[in-house]
Design a protein around this ligand. Structure first.
Ligand SMILES: [Zn+2]
Ligand SMILES: [Zn+2]
Ligand SMILES: [Zn+2]
Ligand SMILES: [Zn+2]
Length: 352
């Protein structure tokens, strides 16, 4: 699935050739399979890079590119860049703490004024800068955590349940059941790759508001800043000495999440389904940490920039359950692999 997406994306730039001359560093990239595309390098880390084609930004493996391209990336990484716009720094720069900016980029996104000595400002995760006293004039995207000015935000970016999203995340946000079910099919296949069998019981998805999600969570005594929730039910029937157990699951997910985030949430919840059908119980950090392995597996293959950001957030999450639990389980997974990991979890299961 992901592979297909990647091929499609690489075809798109040919239509855009010459359409946008504003990019400072667009160049032709050549893949080892002979494909070529015009794009701008926006991010590089370890074995992967991000290329931007017009409005699209996608991840690729560096070793899929020619020697010349790899050399370009090596030099690109070595250049000092503006913390706000990511372009190389020229002569007029502004240094603050350990970050450096173009003079023209060193301004508050709320009031537009350049920072002066003594100004207090906040640096967002995406390089956005805002005066501390102007933070109330900004929104923070509920999905990618980017700051953006309140003024100019469209009503579409402000959901009825109080959540707000940035324009980038809104572009990719899911509000319909068809896309949800496509993602479900795609993710089930990805999880099967790791030995996570499809559920025996029926899985129903519901796209809901934050309010409704919280209400459902309250009914089963769950709290926290939730984006998804799984409610599993089982029915036991005995006839002629034989007992059969049937399951049914409802997965609630928030409407309006961008695809990468929704993928991460759905795969986390599908891990709960797998655990629930096996009667697995355990400490919250083990259960949630395990379910985050599903998100990890899926995000690793998601080609969007947001996926890297979400992975980063999981790695640094301070929550003892979701963060520490995830780090504990990923370390264990690296040691023993998926097959043994699934066996270990299954061994915690009880009979119904
Ligand atoms: Zn800049
Ligand atoms: Zn300001
Ligand atoms: Zn966003
Ligand atoms: Zn969970």
């Amino acid at each position: 699935m992901i592979l297909l997406t990647r091929i499609h994306l690489l075809l798109i730039p040919f239509l855009l050739l010459g359409a946008d001359s504003a990019w400072a560093e667009k160049r032709t990239w050549t893949m080892t399979n002979g494909r070529r595309a015009l794009a701008e390098l926006t991010f590089a880390e370890g074995s992967f890079i991000f290329l931007r084609f017009g409005p699209l930004e996608r991840r690729f493996e560096l070793n899929e590119f020619s020697q010349v391209d790899r050399e370009y990336v090596r030099k690109w990484v070595g250049k000092e860049r503006c913390a706000a716009c990511n372009l190389p720094l020229t002569t007029r720069i502004k240094k603050t703490a350990n970050k450096t900016y173009h003079l023209s980029c060193f301004h508050c996104l709320a009031c537009g004024k350049s920072f002066k000595g003594g100004d207090r400002f906040i640096l967002g995760q995406w390089g956005n800068l805002v005066h501390s006293q102007h933070q109330s004039q900004t929104f923070q995207c509920g999905s990618c955590r980017r700051f953006f000015p309140r003024r100019g935000a469209s009503t579409k970016q402000q959901f009825s349940d109080g959540r707000v999203v940035c324009r980038v995340c809104l572009q990719d946000a899911v509000f319909d059941k068809e896309t949800l079910s496509e993602l479900h099919t795609e993710l089930s296949a990805m999880m099967k790759d790791k030995g996570i069998a499809s559920p025996e019981g029926k899985v129903e998805f519901k796209l809901v508001s934050k309010r409704e999600l919280n209400n459902q969570a309250k009914r089963i005594h769950v709290g926290g800043n939730l984006k998804g929730l799984t409610v599993s039910r089982f029915r036991k029937e005995s006839s002629k000495g034989e007992t059969t157990v049937t399951f049914s699951h409802v997965i609630y997910v928030l409407f309006g999440m961008p695809k990468a985030e929704l993928r991460s949430v759905i795969s986390h919840e599908l891990m709960h389904v797998w655990l629930n059908e096996r009667g697995v119980e355990g400490p919250a950090d083990v259960i949630e940490g395990f379910c985050n392995l599903g998100s990890d597996h899926v995000l690793r293959q998601d080609p969007s920039r947001l996926a890297v950001h979400l992975m980063e957030n999981m790695k640094t999450d301070k929550s003892p359950v979701y963060g520490t639990g995830y780090r504990k389980m990923i370390a264990r997974l690296k040691q023993i692999g998926w097959a043994r990991m699934l066996n270990e979890m299954q061994a915690r299961g009880k009979k119904f």
